[in-house]
Design a binder for this molecule. Structure first.
Ligand code: HEC
Ligand code: HEC
Length: 323
C-alpha cells in the first residue's frame, strides 16, 4: 500500500513538474538519471549548412555531426592524437568511442565520463559488458543499449588496449557546478538529455537531481568544452559529504576503497567530479544487482541501505569535487 501510494504521489509530481518519463512507475529507480521521452521527435534532415563553434577552425554538416564512425573533433589541441578505435571505431558495430564519450573522454550525462579511468579498468568493464556480468537496470534505454551492443565487438578488437590507454592518459577537467535550490529553470527532455525550455519559466526541483547543460546548442554539436549545472535540493551537499566521508551509519566511507581524494586506487575507479547521472545509475545497478563482476561484490554492501534521497546527496556532493 505504501509503495502504491508513493507511486501515485511521484506520478502526480512528475506531471506537475512537466517531466514525463517512461520509468515513472518504478519508485526504486532514480528516474531523473534516465531522462527519456516515450516518443522521440525525429532528428532534422541534413540541410547542407556547415556548423561552427567559437574557438574552432573546423566546420561540420549535420550528417558529419552524426557520423558514428567519424565523430566531429572540434578541438584537436585539447587531447592527444586519437587511436583508430576512438576516432573511427570498427565496422560494423564498434562505433567510435569518441562519438559518445567525446574525443576528450569527458562524456555526456547520457553515457559516462571515461577520461582518467585506469586502462585495465576500462578493458575489464567492456569485457564484463560483453560477458553479461555487467548489465544495466534499463537495458532498453537507448544509450545503454548501444554501449552493450558495441561492447560485443569492441571487447575483442585489437585496438581496445590502445583506446583504453588513450583515455586513461587524459586528465579530466572540472566542468560542473552544483547549485542547491528548490526551483530550477523549466526543463524538457530531448534525446536522452534535459534541455532548458526556450520559452523560459521555472518548475519545482522536488526530490530530483537535474544535470543540465549550460548551452544546449553547443551540446547538440558534440562540443567537448561545454559546462553543466547540477541542481540538487537544499541540504544535499552537507548530507552527501557526511555520507561520503563517514558513511553516516548507513554505508562505508568511500575513501576506504576509492582513495583519500576519491580519485581512484588501483582498479577501483575515481568517483570525484564525474557525471552525477552516470554515478547514480551505477549505484542503482549495484543496488539491484545487475552490475555484477567480481569487483562489484565490494560495492553491494555499500549501497544496500542507501535510498534515492541518499543517491541525490552523494552524487551531488561528488559532482562538486574536482575530478
Ligand atoms: C553509442 C554511444 C557509445 C559509444 C560509441 C561508446 N560508448 Fe561507452 N558507454 C556508453 C554509455 C551509454 C555508457 C554508460 C553505461 C551505463 O550507464 O552503465 C558507457 C560506458 C562505458 C564504460 C564504463 C565506464 C565506467 O566508469 O565504468 C566504458 C569503460 C566505456 N563505455 C568504454 C567505451 C569504449 C572503449 C568505447 C569505444 C570502443 C565506447 N565506450 C564507445 C555509450 C557509448
Ligand atoms: C569496500 C570497497 C569500496 C567502498 C567502501 C566503496 N566502493 Fe565504490 N567501488 C568499489 C569497487 C571495487 C568498484 C569497481 C566495481 C567494478 O569493477 O565493477 C567500485 C565502483 C564504484 C562506482 C562505479 C564507478 C564507475 O566508474 O562505474 C561508483 C559510482 C562507486 N563505486 C561509488 C561509491 C561510493 C559513493 C562509495 C561511498 C558511499 C563507495 N563507492 C564505497 C569499492 C568500494
Amino acid at each position: 500500500m505504501k509503495r502504491h501510494l508513493t507511486v501515485i504521489l511521484s506520478l502526480g509530481f512528475l506531471m506537475a513538474g512537466g517531466v514525463c518519463t517512461a520509468w515513472a512507475n518504478d519508485d526504486e529507480l532514480p528516474f531523473w538519471a534516465y531522462p527519456d521521452t516515450p516518443t522521440q521527435a525525429p532528428s532534422p534532415k541534413d540541410d547542407g549548412q556547415m556548423r561552427t563553434l567559437p574557438g574552432s577552425s573546423k566546420q561540420f554538416s549535420l550528417a558529419e555531426l552524426r557520423n558514428f564512425f567519424s565523430p566531429p573533433d572540434w578541438y584537436p589541441e585539447d587531447h592527444p592524437p586519437m587511436p583508430p578505435l576512438v576516432a573511427h571505431g570498427a565496422q560494423p558495430k564498434a562505433y567510435a568511442c569518441g562519438y559518445c564519450h567525446l574525443p576528450t573522454g569527458m562524456g555526456r550525462p547520457e553515457n559516462a565520463p571515461i577520461a582518467g579511468l585506469p586502462a585495465k579498468y576500462i578493458i575489464k568493464q567492456v569485457h564484463e559488458m560483453k560477458s553479461g556480468a555487467r548489465k544495466s537496470a534499463l537495458p532498453q534505454h537507448y544509450p545503454q543499449a548501444l554501449m552493450w551492443e558495441l561492447a560485443e565487438q569492441a571487447a575483442t578488437d585489437p585496438g581496445l588496449e590502445e583506446a583504453a590507454a588513450y583515455f586513461a592518459a587524459i586528465k579530466p577537467e572540472q566542468f560542473m557546478k552544483v547549485v542547491e535550490t528548490d526551483t530550477i529553470p523549466k526543463v524538457e527532455v530531448t534525446h536522452w538529455i534535459y534541455k532548458k525550455v526556450e520559452a523560459g519559466g521555472t518548475e519545482p526541483l522536488g526530490n530530483r537531481l537535474i544535470e543540465l547543460t549550460d548551452d544546449f546548442a553547443r551540446f547538440g554539436k558534440r562540443d567537448g568544452r561545454i559546462t553543466y549545472t547540477v541542481y540538487v535540493p537544499p541540504g544535499s551537499l552537507a548530507k552527501g559529504k557526511a555520507l561520503v566521508d563517514t558513511g553516516g551509519g548507513k554505508t562505508t566511507a568511500c575513501a576506504t576503497c576509492h582513495g583519500a581524494d576519491l580519485k581512484g586506487m588501483g582498479l577501483v575507479p575515481p568517483i570525484a567530479g564525474r557525471s552525477p547521472s552516470y554515478i547514480a545509475r551505477q549505484l542503482h545497478d549495484f543496488r539491484v544487482g545487475v552490475r555484477g563482476g567480481d569487483y562489484s561484490e565490494l560495492m553491494k554492501p555499500v549501497v544496500a541501505n542507501l535510498t534515492n534521497g541518499d543517491f541525490i546527496a552523494i552524487t551531488g556532493y561528488l559532482a562538486s569535487l574536482a575530478p
